[in-house]
Design a protein around this ligand. Structure first.
Ligand SMILES: CSC[C@H]1O[C@H](OP(=O)(O)O)[C@H](O)[C@@H]1O
Length: 245
């Protein structure tokens, strides 16, 4: 069963029929909202709004463990996390869709493991390849089928937020090899791995990162990129779902 985690600008899915909404409470505390069991073009899927619906939980306060646990309990076997990000690579213009193949975690202080010796016994998981190869390829195949341009590969640097970066921090992140920056990719990806759910990320570039473009991004500018981009994200995901039917 495919689960989609919607982020900024994707708190609900207008084309999806809601069959059932799960509870918010989990043994790890409250998830951002209940998991929606839905149907889209005759296919079953699960949906979770990462920041709650309406959007109210900031990136550094999300209970990622509760969110991933709730999806697993609802029957998710694979997860696509949708992320609004900024482009560190100057060629990644606002509006570009990217499926990253690597990440670097700069977050601090987030509850980032189920294997903490309290909830579950201590254990190491392998994480050399954080995103599932088959689901990355499936996203590309679905994009091609839907006629949507999609950039293959990239390194998502995940920062703590909620503030945005300085231009010097972005230069440092570029030297580290990051091509994208966002706030929610971790610990989401590793928690999916710990629960043995196959995970991929679909990123919408909403602006250039700090100091990268000619001009400072404006709120109105990023909002209009999100408004134009999310219907494309949803079309791509609907095609993905139909391909797996
Ligand atoms: C300036 S938008 C920042 C906000 O959007 C992203 O959220 P998500 O990944 O859930 O779409 C980013 O990580 C921040 O939380």
């Amino acid at each position: 069963m495919l689960a989609v985690i919607g982020g900024t600008g994707f708190g609900s899915w207008s084309g999806m029929e809601v069959l059932r909404r799960g509870g918010q409470e989990t043994p790890l505390g409250a998830a951002s909202c209940g998991v929606v069991e839905g149907r889209l073009n005759g296919q079953s899927l699960l949906f979770l709004a990462r920041h709650g619906q309406p959007h109210k939980v900031p990136p550094h306060r999300i209970n990622y463990r509760a969110n991933l646990w709730a999806l697993k309990q609802a029957g998710a076997t694979h997860v696509v996390g949708v992320n609004c990000v900024s482009g560190i690579d100057p060629t990644l213009a606002p509006g570009t869709l990217v499926v990253p193949d690597q990440l670097i975690d700069y977050t601090t202080g987030r509850e980032g493991s189920f294997f903490d010796g309290r909830f579950k016994p201590f254990q190491h998981v392998s994480f050399a390849w954080p995103y599932h190869r088959v689901w990355r390829e499936e996203l590309h195949a679905a994009a091609a089928e839907a006629g949507l341009p999609l950039t293959a590969g990239g390194v998502l640097g995940v920062v703590q937020g909620p503030r945005l970066e300085t231009a010097a921090e972005i230069r440092l992140m570029a030297r580290d090899g990051n091509t994208l920056v966002g706030m929610t990719g971790m610990p989401e990806a590793v928690l999916a791995r710990e629960l043995e759910m196959e995970y991929a990320s679909l990123c919408l570039v909403i602006s250039h990162a700090a100091g990268v473009g000619e001009e400072e991004p404006t709120r109105a500018g990023t909002e209009s990129v999100i408004e134009a981009g999310m219907p494309r994200v949803q079309r791509l995901l609907a095609t993905l779902l139909a391909r797996r039917a």
